[in-house]
Design a binder for this molecule. Structure first.
Ligand SMILES: Nc1ncnc2c1ncn2[C@@H]1O[C@H](COP(=O)(O)OP(=O)(O)OP(=O)(O)O)[C@@H](O)[C@H]1O
Ligand SMILES: [Mg+2]
Length: 256
């Protein structure tokens, strides 16, 4: 049974149809990538799945339960967490506080204003350790460089102990050395059993991590398949790359 199922999901902003009848399924344990040009509707789709901005059409099932009408906190409590395209954090708070507060958002029975359970504290510390921030608990989030901010956002999502994680451009703004570290981190997360749905423009990262890729353009599906097939697909190269980027040996732009 798929962990996530989208059936003809649409998102309209007034007259603009950002997501148009998208259907796909994600299997447990997969790393599933969504690629497409700027404005293709990728983040809008994530907003629908995570309940941040609900779908205007279609059905979304998480673990066989319809979630398209649920609110964001209800969806995260079912075990579906997300990160954002721009790294969001409480900059004036410590790394540890960020993960405690964020992690408790997606957890039943927590009241962050009063106290955190010892389970919540354990999960926050585990998530920080997993994301390589174990030694930076007291650092203010606003002082972290870009890769560490991304690690923090990941740790905050993982502190909810999700079964599935939506990552919106986790490689955005990273240099090649940092990208390699992020690939390692995402591999570590998948090894803990978390299913990943990831929006990403950095093709080397997609190629390194994804089991399957969904390509969208103008909110519609272009193709779905394994990287070996999708990244060589002429329609994908034309639509996604505008047919202008020089190709590397794998059919991927040389600098991606
Ligand atoms: N809240 C909103 N209100 C109105 N229009 C929006 C809103 N959010 C996105 N859009 C529009 O919907 C379309 C899809 O945007 P979206 O952000 O989902 O694309 P994207 O694939 O994530 O792009 P990028 O790669 O640049 O992040 C765009 O035309 C965008 O301008
Ligand atoms: Mg986006």
């Amino acid at each position: 049974m798929p962990i996530l199922e989208c059936q003809k999901v649409s998102k309209a902003y007034g007259g603009l149809l950002a997501v148009s009848e998208l259907s796909f399924t994600v299997e447990p344990g997969e790393v599933y990538a969504i690629v497409g040009p700027n404005g293709a509707g990728k983040t809008s789709l994530f907003d629908c799945i995570s309940g941040v901005n609900p779908a205007t059409g279609g059905v979304i099932k998480f673990k066989d339960r319809e979630i398209q009408h649920l609110r964001a906190h209800q969806i995260s409590r079912l075990g579906l967490a997300r990160t954002f395209q721009t790294t969001v954090a409480f900059d004036s708070q410590t790394v540890l506080t960020n993960v405690l507060v964020g992690g408790s958002f997606g957890r039943d029975g927590e009241n962050p204003a009063l106290r955190f359970t010892s389970q919540a504290q354990d999960d926050a510390l585990d998530a920080l350790a997993l994301c390589g921030l174990g030694n930076q608990q007291r650092t203010l989030a606003g002082q972290l460089p870009v890769l560490a901010r991304k690690r923090l956002m990941l740790a905050t999502a993982l502190a909810m102990r999700p079964q599935m994680l939506l990552l919106d451009e986790p490689f955005g703004g990273l240099n090649p050395a940092e990208r390699a570290q992020m690939i390692e981190l995402i591999r570590i997360v998948t090894r803990t059993g978390v299913t990943i749905l990831m929006i990403e423009h950095v093709m080397k990262a997609v190629q390194a991590l994804a089991d399957r890729i969904l390509v969208i353009h103008h909110g519609q599906q272009i193709t779905i398949g394994p990287p070996s097939k999708v990244l060589r697909d002429r329609r994908v190269i034309e639509v996604y790359l505008g047919n202008v980027a020089p190709m590397g040996p794998e059919g991927v732009p040389a600098d991606a």
